[in-house]
Design a protein around this ligand. Structure first.
Ligand SMILES: [Fe+2]
Length: 299
């Protein structure tokens, strides 16, 4: 078992993609993830940590986010399900058929984001080496109303807003500064998936592997303001924005929730280092590709 009753943790994301084999192939090499099995035509890729997989890739004609999955204790999930039902949100109970198994409870957020909470999932022995992602560190979602989605996270899911900027609301579900963020995009879609790398060197070697594959970062390397994590963003061949990240700030209940006026940059800076340009056009196009699947087909 990998769910600590005292905590809740981001575990995985499940995507519909046209070609799961090619998508998983990219995430293994050059990206650095590990092959984590197959189920029919679906493919799974993992990392060096205890989770059975980090990204599930299911065959479909249209790209979509099927779910964003967390692990938690059964009691905590029951409390979430109760509050979600009271708030009028759709709650679905589904046995988890993808690697790790367990009991799944999916809460559908106001813009169709499907947050799946899993208890009783099996873990795996850590492996994968120094260049594999350890886990997912965050998923960012584009929202028509980021504040509304963040409010549901706080009031229903028991998460906490860590910071607000002009562009984002950062939400934590444990001591990591953010596991979810909602971008004030004006539409609903996947913004990006961030993989936690072991250290800054692992991020830099990842950028090197991507350069070997003729892929330059769309933004980075750099270090963010909120969360202070190191980042490098790429547009994956399967269409999503993926991020190497490391060293996100760990916070506790004394963390003061920042407001947009707390997070401004001096001229010519949009990160702490100022090393790199941001390919806004490429990133924005990719950030529109994965919408939220209206219902999760049999997984
Ligand atoms: Fe990120």
């Amino acid at each position: 078992m990998i769910d600590d009753p005292a905590t809740i943790s981001l575990r995985s994301i499940e995507l519909d993609v046209p070609d799961p084999v090619a998508s998983a192939g990219f995430l293994v090499s050059p990206w650095g993830a590990t092959a984590a099995g197959a189920s029919g035509d679906a493919r799974f890729v993992g990392g060096s940590g205890p989770y059975p997989y980090l990204v599930g890739l299911y065959p479909a004609t249209a790209r979509a986010v099927r779910s964003i999955s967390f692990v938690a204790g059964a009691d905590r999930i029951e409390a979430i399900a109760g509050r979600a039902a009271d708030a009028g949100l759709t709650v679905e109970r589904t046995p988890v058929r993808d690697p790790g198994g367990g009991d799944g409870t999916t809460v559908v957020l106001p813009e169709g984001e499907r947050f799946r909470f899993i208890s009783g999932a099996e873990g795996v022995s850590p492996g994968g080496g120094d260049d594999a992602p350890v886990k997912l560190t965050h998923v960012v979602v584009n929202a028509a109303d980021a504040e509304r989605s963040a409010a549901v996270c706080e009031e229903v899911l028991g998460f906490t807003v860590s910071d607000r900027t002009r562009g984002m609301v950062f939400v934590r579900c444990n001591r990591s500064h953010h596991s979810i963020a909602f971008a004030r995009a004006g539409y609903s879609s996947l913004n990006h998936i961030a993989f936690e790398m072991r250290d800054v060197d692992a991020v830099m070697r990842g950028i090197g592997r991507m350069r070997d594959a003729d892929a330059a970062p769309s933004w980075g390397p750099g270090r963010h303001g909120p969360g202070a994590n190191v980042f490098a963003y790429f547009v994956a061949p399967f269409g999503a924005v993926v991020e190497y990240s490391t060293a996100v700030e760990q916070v506790d209940e004394h963390y003061r929730t920042g407001a947009p006026e707390d997070w401004t940059w001096p001229p010519n800076r949009i990160d702490q280092w100022g090393l790199s340009d941001k390919d806004v056009a490429a990133l924005t196009a990719a950030e529109r590709r994965f919408r939220f699947a209206p219902a999760m087909a049999d997984a």
